[in-house]
Every structure is written in structure tokens, then in C-alpha cells.
Design a protein around this ligand. Sequence first.
Ligand code: ELD
Length: 504
Amino acid sequence: QQRSDDNRRLPPIANTLLTVPAIQLAQKIRRKEVTSVEVVQAYIDRIQEVNPLINAVVKDRFAAALQEATLVDKLVVEETGGEDVLEDRLPLLGVPFTVKESFALQGMPNSTGLPSRRSVVSGIDAPSVALLKRAGAIPLGVTNCSELCMWLESHNHVYGITRNPYQLGRGAGGSSGGEGSVIASGASVIGVGSDIGGSIRMPCFFNGIFGHKPTSGIVCNDGQYPPPSGQQPGFLCTGPMCRYAQDLVPMLKIMAGPDAEKLCLSADVDLSKLRFFSVPHDGGSPLSSPVDPQLIQAQRKVVERLEADLGVKVKEMRIPQLKYSFQIWGAMMSSPDKDGKIPTSFAELMNGGGKKVWPVWELFKWALGLSPHTIAAIGLTLVEMFQSSHPSQFILQQKESLQRELEELLGLDGVLLYPSHPQLAPKHHYPLFTPFNFSYTGIFNILGLPVTQCPLGLSEEGLPLGVQLVAGKLQDRLTLATALYLEQAFGGWREPGHTGLGVV
Ligand SMILES: CCCCCCCC/C=C\CCCCCCCC(N)=O
């Protein structure tokens, strides 16, 4: 699927409003330094400029967003209680945001890339989306994802494939790839993603932005398709994706609702008092690719900076159970819930929840160009045929011992560095040959630990580098504070199109 414009570069960001963090945009709007209409219009213009190249926003609501921005500006002028009242009540007042299409956003499609759901339109908002709207944020539209949110690249037969703004011939990751691509392109500043195996963190890594998978159970997962079943509700996480680290905590506070209290997100974090650990790879799983030397090097530089700036000693270690990350993820994802109910099969979900698709027949149709499904989704139904819902004792033991070891290691003050993925953003469809690489992220869904993906600049070929920061349960503030520090130290998000590569 090489396109003639694969070597094109994204047009540079001309409007400086597009490089202001969401939380500062809200402040500027409250202080009447800029209107919400100006901000929303700037983002609409940028989406219209870049979307033909990246195919990230699959349905917009620009006219409604501009009307809502007009109401915001009126409210700001009429508010007599002062700026603080607005900040308290509506911390994101007038700031635009985007939403992964698998979430319900009123009036927007909610197909999750499934052709049979093409005409499904949401009548209500998912709770996480509603909370952002209630905080004053204005949705601009919905963004692309993988078919049924279950692949490492955002491609489906409803909307096509999303492209990586750093190199259009590469994938934006999955399953929240539309969010990753649009935010990195400067065409959205904050967005909503979901993650049951890395679907926030992989696109954030491939697109050089920040993303947080919260501690399991903290942000409500309702209002997404497909709904998780079996034990999956404990692994699926809804979380923020953004260009600037300072937007992570305010977004998480809003999206978590009353449960945000459990995370003590306003407490100060003294990084020099934390214990840091660095694990360079999964210990050699034969299923995953070796970690790219540039990622190993980037992680080493993080260790050096932490030691030099904070005076801490980072302990480099190996964790042998990580070698079984994929097997642990696969076993737990297909395990029955506590009442013995097995999860809905992928083959059923592919048929919109009805009868199962028949994998071999679907593959045959695909070979003739007649299947409405992607080869990745069909491949998953084939693999599922051989997956048992009774995992081996050995794998369960590995999971238990990994959980115990990591929880003991991290305690209330530990942060672990681990590669976000073994490879840099792959060319389109290459994940078909390296599907198990997602287990670098997926293992932390099973463990329920909070993880922040943090960008670390660009590789020699101009692709984003990054690292995962992992903490103990409910200790999200530690990884979020470390991400803020690393943004300062390594420069955070870099504008795509300024890499000196490609042809304009
Ligand atoms: C045609 C090739 C298909 C091969 C299938 C190989 C099996 C790999 C198993 C699972 C891959 C799942 C990927 C999940 C990625 C993101 C999940 C998420 N929503 O967070």
C-alpha cells in the first residue's frame, strides 16, 4: 500500500495557538487573551490542512464545535465571579479535544472499524467523554482505530488506514492511532484513548506524544465498543493522550471523576526520593523482536540524566517472567470471569455480537478481496480457535510471581523504565509479521499497574523514541511527575515535518 505521497512532509505549524498546552489555552480563554472561537477555528484549520495526509479524523463536528465555542466566549464575558470560579468549575473551558471513534460521542459514529456498524450513531456520551465536556472541553470529532480496537495499526474497511505524521509510509499504531497521529500533527492538543494491550501507549510512542494508562479501574470504561467481557474489564483502561506532559494530570483528574482522589494527584512528588529501575528488554521472548539499539541507547540516556540531575542511583535489572508476557496476556484475556462466564469471542464480536464469523471462510473471502474485515482481525479469529480458556498452570504461576515481584519492587516509591515497544514506528502492515511485540505494553494491563509513555526525541531516521514509566498500583502521580521531568530533559514532542527527511 505504498502511496505516491508517502515521502511528503506535513506542512509546518503556522499558528502559535496550536503549540500551547491545553491547560494554558484554558487559562488564556478565561483571561480573555484569546477566544475559544479562535482556538477551535485554529484546530479546525489544522485538521483540514493535515487530515488528507494522515487520515486520522474520521468524522468531524466542526459547525457544532464553533457554536459551542461562541457560547463559551459569551459565558467568559458574562462571568462575574472571576477567573478562579471558572477554573474551579470548568478547568478546560473552551479547549477543543478529539475522541477515539470506539467511544460514544453524541451524534458521532461508533463503528470501531466494523463495516456492519457503519451506520451506528451514538445517542449519548461515554462517561469519560461526558466528564471532559462537563469540564468545558469541546469535542471536534472522532478519530480512527483498528478493527474492534484489537491491532497494532489503525486500519479498517470503514475508514481506511491512518498514517504516521513523521513518515507517512509508516503506521500510526493501534488501536488509538487516529488520536496519536492527529495530536502529534498539531491538529489536536488532547484526546481520549483506550488500552487493553497497549492501545494508548503504542500510538503515543509511534507518534512521539504522551499517554497514560491509569491504574486499572480508576477511569470508567463504559460507553465503548466492544464492551470487555470475562476478566477483561480489569485490564481495559481509558486514559488521556496529549502533546504536553502538563496536560496529563488535569486530564486524568477530570476523567477519573471522584475516583481521582484515590490517586492523590495534587501531592508533591520529590523525584530525588524515588527509587528507579531500568529493564532494557523482556529477557528474550522468541515471539518478540529484539529491542532497537536506538531505544536501548535512549533508555540509557534517561538513566544517565536521572542519576546526574537527581543524584539517584538507577538499578538496571532483568525480570525473567517478562519473557512470558504474551502468553500471560493471552491466557488472562481469554479467562472466564469469577462466575465462570467466558469472554465473548472475537469471532462473535466481528459479526457485531451475533453468530461467529467462520475464520477459514473469511480468510478465503479475504484472499478474493471479498471480506469486509482486515487480515489482522481474521488472523485473530484463527489464533483464537487454538486459544484455551483454561490457561496452563505454568503461565498462571509466572503471572502471579511477576505480579508479586513487581509490586514488591515498586512499592509506594518505585518507577520502572521499560521500552514502550521493541521497534520504532513500523511501515504500514509490518506488524502483521511482528504481532507479539505489543506484549511489551500488554503485560502491564494484566498487572493493573499505571504506565506513562513518554517521548524521548527522534531517531536517526526521524522517528519518535520513547520509554514506558511504570509504578505501583494507585501511584500514577510518580510516573506522571517523571514524565514532566523527562519532557524538560529531552524536549518532549517534536513537530513532525521538521526532521530534514522526506520531500515536501
Ligand atoms: C495475519 C496475522 C495475524 C496474526 C495474529 C497473531 C496473534 C497475536 C495476538 C494478539 C494481538 C493483539 C494485539 C492487541 C493490540 C492492542 C490491544 C489494545 N486494544 O490495547
